[in-house]
Design a protein. Structure first.
Length: 437
């Protein structure tokens, strides 16, 4: 009988793709995927530590396995991802959950096979977490689960040390993959039929600045020059490095989506300074203006944190003002979460929870109202959607246009992976509904 695996993923696209790599390793070892934990022979938690609630979530779910493990002592429980890379966290995990069999980090994911074998050979618990980043290990065995989209890492790590952020502590310094490896991977993916390629990095704009001698704009140009019909996007850009060279490459290639994810975090210069973001609201707005001077229709999405230490009501209102000026297509909005070991955790003037809650509610309402207005402007238009899934509940296919907007439609045939022209007939909040034309 085949052995079965279940992977539980928390956090961002980076983690989603790393889970695809973990799945690749497990399949190579002869495991097959299963939908439920109680039918698994190995359960892997790919954790996230960017905000406290992501950690609490993982703690809760790992804890819930105690009984399962008691009933099935052969079950292997492995914990990896950002949490295990956090200083002192493995000790806490060990104490809280003595039944964890394997712990590994983001910096040694490719060692998982070895660790599983050590466990199977009879070791009680295998804990191996690299402290510092090493050379990039090329890995082409990911088991992809997001067709027609494929995630492609272009770099790992982050050098920015935004004062609230734990990522640089758990993912090490920036390392860029060689352009020839990236181009070869994308070529292969396009040949296999993937229709949307997303280049991934914590700060893609600083690609190559670690001594490769190739800029992000040059890499983007090379990837967009690959033949075949596919869409190309990239995330995440950092406003301190986003530039006109990149936009010029976008102009050269119709394949590159007219959608930029450009996290602003705050609209107040004072807060931006304390966050160590190294740009001002004026510079950010000038970049948006530059982008839209090339593509007036370009859409921008963003990340925003409210309730950062010292954020006053005036600061918050500057964020609202910036949100209106940019007119975002959508935004991921977060309440500031204190992360041990970061600069901001030691700052005075932490903001009370009720103030944070009030601000996030107001901000979400504002962002939703912008999205709704944009939806209405779609009515009667025809857009090209890349179909990515089927919604069982609605009985409709869904996909996104090149601005990232979701549209639903009916079809008698399997449309996943097809480019479909949709005439938009209904706009309901953030969702669009249309008919195939
Ligand atoms: N608290 C709240 N949000 C955070 N982010 C990063 N660190 C924190 C934190 N400590 C948000 C930022 C980032 C996104 C991925 O997560 O907005 O862009
Ligand atoms: Fe965190 Fe800033 Fe790096 Fe993004 S750029 S991962 S927010 S430190």
């Amino acid at each position: 009988m085949e052995k079965k695996y279940k992977i539980i993923t928390y956090g961002c696209q980076m983690n989603v793709h790393e889970s695809e790599k973990i799945a690749g390793i497990l399949r190579r070892m002869g495991y097959e995927e299963t939908a439920t934990e109680d039918t698994a022979d190995i359960i892997v938690f790919n954790t996230c530590c960017i905000r406290e609630n992501a950690e609490n979530h993982a703690f809760g779910n790992i804890g819930a396995l105690k009984k399962l493990k008691r009933n099935n002592p052969n079950l292997i429980i492995a914990v990896g991802g950002c949490m295990t890379q956090e200083k002192g966290k493995t000790e806490i995990l060990k104490q809280k959950f003595p039944f964890i069999d394997i712990m590994f980090g983001t910096l040694n994911l490719e060692e998982l096979e070895e660790l599983i074998k050590e466990k199977q050979a009879g070791k009680k618990r295998v804990v191996r977490i690299r402290e510092t980043e090493g050379e990039i290990v090329e890995f082409d065995g990911a088991y992809r689960t997001s067709y027609p989209n494929a995630w492609v890492n272009i770099m790992y790590g982050c050098n920015n040390f935004c004062s609230y952020c734990i990522v640089p502590y758990v993912r090490g310094r920036e390392r860029s993959r060689k352009p020839e490896h990236i181009v070869a991977e994308v070529k292969k993916l396009v040949a296999e039929g993937y229709k949307e390629i997303t280049l991934l990095g914590q700060n893609v704009n600083s690609y190559g600045t670690d001594g490769l001698g190739v800029s992000f704009a040059e890499l983007l140009d090379a990837v967009a020059s690959i033949e075949g019909k596919f869409r190309l996007r990239f995330m995440t850009s950092h406003p301190k490095d986003f530039n006109e060279e990149i936009v010029k490459v976008m102009q050269k290639h119709r394949k590159i989506m007219r959608l930029v994810h450009l996290p602003v975090q705050s609209g107040s210069n004072e807060v931006l300074k304390n966050m160590n973001r190294r740009y001002t609201r004026e510079k950010y707005l000038a970049e948006i203006e530059m982008l839209r001077s090339y593509f007036p229709e370009a859409e921008v999405t963003t990340d925003i944190i409210v309730g950062f230490p010292g954020e006053t009501e005036e600061d918050y209102l500057l964020t609202e003002d910036l949100v209106k000026r940019v007119n975002y297509a959508s935004a991921f909005t977060f309440v500031y979460s204190k992360r041990q070991g970061t600069k901001a955790a030691a700052m005075e003037n932490q903001i009370p929870e009720e103030v944070q809650k009030d601000r996030i509610m107001r901000l979400v309402a504002l962002v939703n109202s912008l999205t709704r207005q944009k939806s209405e402007a779609y009515l009667g238009k025809t857009v090209e959607i890349l179909c990515e899934d089927y919604d069982e509940k609605k009985g409709l296919y869904l996909g996104r246009d090149e601005f990232g907007r979701m549209g639903y439609f009916k079809s008698e045939q399997n449309e996943i992976g097809n480019f479909v022209d949709l005439k938009i007939t209904e706009a309901n909040g953030i969702s669009l509904y249309g008919e195939k034309v």
